[in-house]
Ligand binder design. Sequence first.
Ligand code: NAP
Length: 387
Amino acid sequence: MSETFELGTIPPMGAVPKMMKAVVIRPEREGEPETAMQIEDIPVPECGPTDVLVMVMAAGINFNGVWAARGKPVSVMKMHPEEQFHIAGSDASGIVWKVGSAVKSWKVGDEVVLHCNQSCRECPSCNGNDPLACQRQRIWGYETNYGSFAQFALVQPQQLLNRPPHLSWEEAASYGLTYFTAYRMLLGRARIQAGDNVLIWGASGGLGVFAVQLTKLAGANPIAVVSREDKAELVRSLGAEMIIDRREFDLSKGESETRRFGKKIRELTGGEDADIVFEHVGKYTFPTSVRVAKRFGTIVICGATTGYDLDFDVRYLWMRQKSIIGSHFANAFQAEKAHKLIFAKKIRPVLDQVFNFEETAHAHQLMAENKHKGKMAVRVQAPVPAS
Ligand SMILES: NC(=O)c1ccc[n+]([C@@H]2O[C@H](COP(=O)([O-])OP(=O)(O)OC[C@H]3O[C@@H](n4cnc5c(N)ncnc54)[C@H](OP(=O)(O)O)[C@@H]3O)[C@@H](O)[C@H]2O)c1
């Protein structure tokens, strides 16, 4: 087997080269994605007895790649100090290329999609509670190295899901992280019910497009927040009827604008506040989220794009008995349940743009600047379609 192979050429099934092309972040160039992420040749990682090596056909762009590139609020190098370089990417579609000697459920040649939760698989939390409670729980491609922006990715077998046959490699790579996260947030943590009004921040973004679809599927009512007309069109195409353009409100002004925002929600719903607020924007929106949730309502949060040091008026929380619930990715069981809805075509990927591997940094830069909508993916080994 030769040392390396060109992008898009497929070596004989199961033959592992010594080196691979990878989009690499190094500590000395942490910063904006466009400069932090560069293509290098890197040794293909060893596939241990309990590991699986996947040839990556396509990889999905996620905000954690932006955090990894910036090295803020924490440098990912601290998470694997023995390797001072980082290959990001927590979504992929691909082909199983090598399996460790202890792996029983998958074989070389299987076509797969990956979920990004890793855990020890040995502790009580992994064997009876929830692997998200495992002390060694990690997000693959963010807290671990050898993510999806490379010709090969190193994963645990429990991360693999069958590739839906009706999807292209790029579509199949585009949804895992955000869709499975939105599924856990709404169905697992906030326990959405038919008829609920659900305020969805960033409804046209990676999490939002799935939150809108899941809310509709549950028989509940999305209130979709967007900031551009084409984003409003996108969420409308997913079934959202109640749409708020957040440019009409300056939430940084505090009380008066927050109240006006709440009034807008009630105008749309016929007088109801939000039963559930779907949060991931953080600092900029959180005071409003706490305010506009209904009495006994729920704010479910998984991220903080605009800042994690949140500031809100707690009186609205206790007097009206609201709950704030944290949520983080999904376990394999939830990922599998959510994935069945993709097979059944009840939930669809919302792939807006596909890039070549060389444009991985650029795609992350678009996300960092909020210049995208829906999901983006890059081709790794998948063929470039004939023009
Ligand atoms: N813990 C987890 O498991 C987990 C999983 C997935 C994502 N996350 C985190 O969740 C966040 C969102 O992820 P994503 O994939 O949905 O990202 P995304 O595709 O960038 O979407 C985020 C959306 O937020 C909206 N937004 C940006 N700035 C805003 C502001 N100042 N006020 C209101 N809305 C604003 C934007 O929509 P408009 O401009 O149209 O309003 C954008 O579409 C990221 O921080 C990510 O790291 C966490």
